[in-house]
Design a protein around this ligand. Structure first.
Ligand code: P53
Length: 478
């Protein structure tokens, strides 16, 4: 049971970030590590989308084609010096994922790959040595292709067993090192992109796609609950969260039809957290199943397990908002739902509408609904930076960040409990949406272009110093 922490609230109410607030940054293994088949590693799902999530699955890597993820930013070999830069900024937390295929290359082995386990041991040691806590995503679009091809990925109940085996191995191995975990990255993107998120890759005989997706969701919910159970048993002092992509959506106007449909659209995302945090399927999902002629197969014991093992916190990404007009179809891209433009907001180089107050709105919305600690683990601005005389002036990134952090501070004053803030892509990495290097989020520039040319040299941008000061003053100076 959560207890209301009066002191924490009072400090927040006065406009201070909590003393133990976890400032930091976030990446995903596949987007930064490179060495994509090194030391026994298998092929992961993300590697088969060389043009990013917006484009289709391209199958196994083809010889002669350029793949940005093959070497990415070579974090696999350069993490020590990169961590020095994070330390210089004062990071308290660093979110990355374990690439599942470094541990279980095909996914169905009985024994893990020791070289992969050793790599993450070294990485976590290096973080801890520098006073940075690892926050680890267990699956960030990195399902082993072996499981996709042999078993049909998450549509198959067997995946629960493979995922659970993987969790048990890494919880046991890193029990002394990792106290913060996330089960699945942005699990609600299953609705928008089941191929990328969970390797669904529809088959010709599957006419009822909703059935396949809801069934796969169910398997993931059971896997999530089992991960929570294992984590409690193996690392009792750890916290294990679930995660949503939570870029939000507003009604485009006051037409009640638009308002009602927007609520419906929003629930298509919230449903995932409803199950994992409240511990049961909400009524509106039974209606969805009914309306879509879905019959979800469950094993005895699934629902009690989901009920008993709910997550400790809610991690979420937030980049932008969009609007929904009555009658408009529901679809989206990497940033979230795509709707109609909002004339009140400015737009990034990649068409994402920048909405700091929407961040405060979303924090309040999620807190009201779940009453569990929140952790924004992705927020940031992707832009086409220019190097001039060896320098990168990025005032637009500072503006984005300042505005969002001011709203975060206000949300804490509103009484929302927030564990920390992890900026997305503190060092430039490969974009998940487009597969580009050009879409840069970093405080640290990486010299590599879309064609793979460059020295991989790291250069601090102006925003580096700005974020360093924010952390040094615990957010007093924004
Ligand atoms: P980029 C949805 C689907 C896939 C990725 O995106 C997504 C989202 C966001 O709602 O994005 C997350 O690189 C994701 C990261 C990704 C980041 O947002 O397209 O967890 O892997 O890089 C930013 O600009």
């Amino acid at each position: 049971m959560m207890k209301f922490d009066n002191e924490r609230f009072n400090r927040g109410y006065q406009g201070h970030f909590p003393e133990d607030f976890l400032w930091g940054g976030a990446v995903a293994a596949n987007q930064c590590e490179g060495s994509w088949l090194a030391e026994g590693k298998g092929l992961d799902l993300a590697s088969c989308f060389p043009d990013g999530i917006h484009h289709q699955y391209r199958g196994h890597p083809q010889p002669g084609r350029y793949y940005a993820l093959e070497n990415a930013i070579d974090f696999y070999r350069r993490y020590k010096s990169d961590i020095q830069l994070f330390r210089e900024m004062g990071f308290k937390v660093f979110r990355t994922s374990i690439n599942w295929t470094r541990i279980f290359p095909q996914g169905d082995e009985q024994q893990p790959n020791e070289a992969g386990l050793q790599f993450y041991d070294d990485l976590f040691d290096e973080l801890l040595k520098n006073g940075i806590q690892p926050l680890i995503t267990l699956s960030h679009y990195e399902t082993p292709m072996g499981l996709v091809e042999k078993y049909g990925s998450w549509r198959n109940r067997k995946l629960i067993e493979f995922y659970t085996r993987y969790c048990e191995v890494v919880f046991t191995r890193y029990r002394e090192k990792v106290k913060l975990w996330i089960t699945f990255n942005e699990i609600n993107n299953m609705r928008r992109n089941p191929d990328y998120v969970a390797g669904i890759l529809f088959r010709e005989d599957e006419t009822n796609r909703a059935q396949v997706v809801y069934q796969a969701n169910h398997h993931m919910f059971v896997a999530n609950a089992k991960a929570v159970q294992l984590c409690r048993e193996i690392i009792p002092d750890a916290k294990i969260g679930c995660m949503l992509a939570s870029s939000n959506v507003y009604p485009n106007n006051c037409d009640p039809v638009a308002v009602f449909e927007t609520q419906d659209l929003r629930r298509r995302s919230l449903y995932f957290a409803d199950v994992m945090l409240r511990g049961y399927y909400p009524g509106y999902i039974y209606r969805q199943w009914h309306d879509n002629h879905c019959h979800i197969e469950m094993a005895e014991g699934d629902l009690p397990l989901i009920k008993q093992y709910t997550n400790d916190f809610l991690a979420f990404s937030y980049y932008k908002t969009t609007t929904h007009e009555a009658g408009q179809p529901f679809f989206g891209d990497t940033g979230g739902d795509i709707g109609t433009p909002n004339p009140w907001l400015k737009t990034s180089d990649w068409g994402w509408q920048i909405d700091p107050l929407g961040f405060r709105y979303t924090l309040n919305e999620l807190w009201d609904r779940y009453q569990v600690p929140l952790f924004p683990v992705e927020n940031g601005l992707g832009a086409a930076d220019k190097v001039e005389d060896g320098k990168i002036h990025d005032p637009y990134r500072v503006d984005y960040l300042r505005a969002h952090l001011q709203c975060l501070k206000e949300a804490i004053r509103d009484g929302v409990e927030v564990m920390g803030y992890a900026y997305w892509g503190p060092i430039d990495i490969v974009s998940a949406g487009t597969g580009e290097m050009k879409k840069r989020y970093g405080f640290i520039y990486v010299d590599k272009d879309n064609a793979g040319q460059g020295t991989l040299q790291r250069i601090k941008k102006d925003s580096f110093e700005w974020y360093r000061r924010v952390i040094a003053t615990n957010g007093a100076e924004l």
